[in-house]
Design a protein around this ligand. Structure first.
Ligand code: IMP
Length: 179
């Protein structure tokens, strides 16, 4: 059945990536992770909220022993000398010496990861890599190493499969793009 255009709040969205295409991209990523993390017992650090659906599908296909935690990041302006301060909520696990895989929904400007990765690295993990569902290469403003990208997309606003527009759209199994 062909997907139809939808409206969320005041904005119209047209079908962009159907669930079967997303599933294929997620499986391809899981295959790579299973290969790269043999005997490393990775700790998957899922960044809420947008990554919940991607993480669920991805992690069901991880066959190596692993652990999973869910975090939220809260950013706020610090004092003049500290700039943006980022707080990680929900990370109670000891991450020193662990192999971390940060699971993100989408990397747009890269600002979120630009602040999150140093905060994690300061805690002494053995390694930190990023697995993101989407990357908008045209928007990236920071020098980030993104080893696991399920899919690159154009500089457009997308919703569905965990991603929202002002709270709506996260539940949709397919991804839509603003028209
Ligand atoms: P960044 O810090 O600029 O890389 O932005 C990352 C965050 O912005 C993501 O985790 C999303 O919450 C949000 N975001 C960026 N682009 C989109 C989009 O196209 N749809 C929905 N959320 C987006």
């Amino acid at each position: 059945m062909a997907l139809a255009q939808i409206t969320l709040h005041d904005k119209a969205f047209r079908p962009y990536l159907p669930a079967n295409e997303l599933a294929a991209a997620v499986t391809a990523l899981a295959v790579r992770l299973n290969h790269d993390y043999v005997d490393r017992r990775p700790l998957f650090v899922v960044v809420l909220t947008g990554a919940f659906m991607f993480a669920s599908d991805l992690l069901k296909q991880i066959a190596v022993p692993c652990e999973i935690v869910f975090i939220r990041v809260a950013s706020y302006q610090g004092t003049g000398s500290t700039g943006v301060v980022q707080e990680i909520l929900g990370l109670r696990e000891e991450i020193a010496g662990r192999h971390l895989v940060v699971v993100e929904d989408i990397v747009d400007t890269g600002t979120t990861l630009h602040h999150l990765l140093p905060t994690l690295l300061a805690k002494g993990p053995a390694s930190v890599e990023v697995a993101t569902l989407f990357l908008k290469p045209e928007c990236l403003r920071h020098d980030l190493t993104l080893k696991y990208v399920a899919r690159e997309i154009s500089n457009d606003f997308v919703v569905g499969y965990g991603l929202d527009y002002d709270g709506l759209g996260r539940n949709l199994p397919d991804v839509y793009v603003a028209v």
